[in-house]
Ligand binder design. Structure first.
Ligand code: ADP
Ligand code: MG
Length: 226
């Protein structure tokens, strides 16, 4: 059974078609990178997958129990009284809270924000806040993880570490991952799938085939070296 099936998905905002007839499917444990220029419909696709936007036509089937989601826009409002700890633990139920203490500690260290655990979110920089939300999305141990530009505010050293860790998580737990990214050179290149959209699907397939697709003259802004 497929993990995610998207079938003839169209999304209109008024007369504008943000997505046209998009179809693809993922198997359990697939790692999909979604790429495309600004305004090409990447976030719209993610918001349909997470039920935040209703499609105009087409269908979506998700055969996974637990979904972890990191939205693209995740600024905590200034003066909103919530701590780093509350944000992270807010993604867990009671039993999970007890069993994941050590895992949270490990993640805080990897993301270099252990010292900020009791601070208010609003004093953190954009990159630090992003790291908190990444931990929150991962810690509930989802079957399907959906990330919308997770590393956009991160320094290069964290980007690399983040994708290395994500890779090991995926292998260990056979997690299905959908990752919207701006720069393919940061993300996982081997054994990943690529969905290149610009309102409609321009390419869907393995990353190795995408390299050939680029060579056939479809070169855009993608920095992609295997
Ligand atoms: P991307 O994430 O690839 O940069 P988006 O999915 O955010 O692109 O946006 C795709 C297009 O749809 C853009 O032209 C955007 O302005 C438009 N759009 C997105 N959401 C809405 C909305 N709620 N109402 C009207 N237009 C929207
Ligand atoms: Mg977007």
């Amino acid at each position: 059974m497929d993990s995610v099936t998207v079938c003839n998905l169209t999304v209109r905002f008024g007369k504008y078609e943000a997505l046209k007839d998009v179809s693809f499917s993922l198997k359990k444990g697939d790692f999909l990178n979604v790429i495309g220029p600004n305004g090409s419909g990447k976030t719209t696709l993610i918001e349909v997958l997470t039920n935040l936007t209703t499609p105009s036509s087409g269908s979506i089937t998700i055969n996974e129990k637990k979904v972890g989601y990191l939205p693209q826009k995740l600024q905590t409002k200034k003066n909103f009284p919530i701590t780093v700890k509350e944000v992270i633990y807010g993604g867990l139920d009671k039993i999970e809270k007890e069993s994941t203490d050590n895992e949270i500690k490990k993640w805080l260290e990897i993301m270099n924000i252990s010292h900020l655990i009791n601070e208010n979110m609003s004093i953190l920089s954009g990159g630090q806040q992003q790291r908190v939300y990444i931990i929150r999305a991962l810690i509930s141990n989802p079957d399907l993880l959906i990330l919308d530009e997770p590393t956009s505010a991160l320094d290069p050293e964290f980007r690399e570490g983040f994708y290395l860790f994500l890779n090991s998580l995926q292998k260990e737990r056979n997690m299905t991952i959908i990752n919207v990214t701006h720069d393919l050179s940061d993300t996982l290149k081997d054994n990943s799938l690529i969905l290149y959209i610009d309102q409609e699907v321009k390419f869907f397939g393995e990353s190795k085939e995408f390299k050939e697709f680029e060579h056939r003259g479809h070169k855009h802004v993608w920095v992609f070296t295997i």
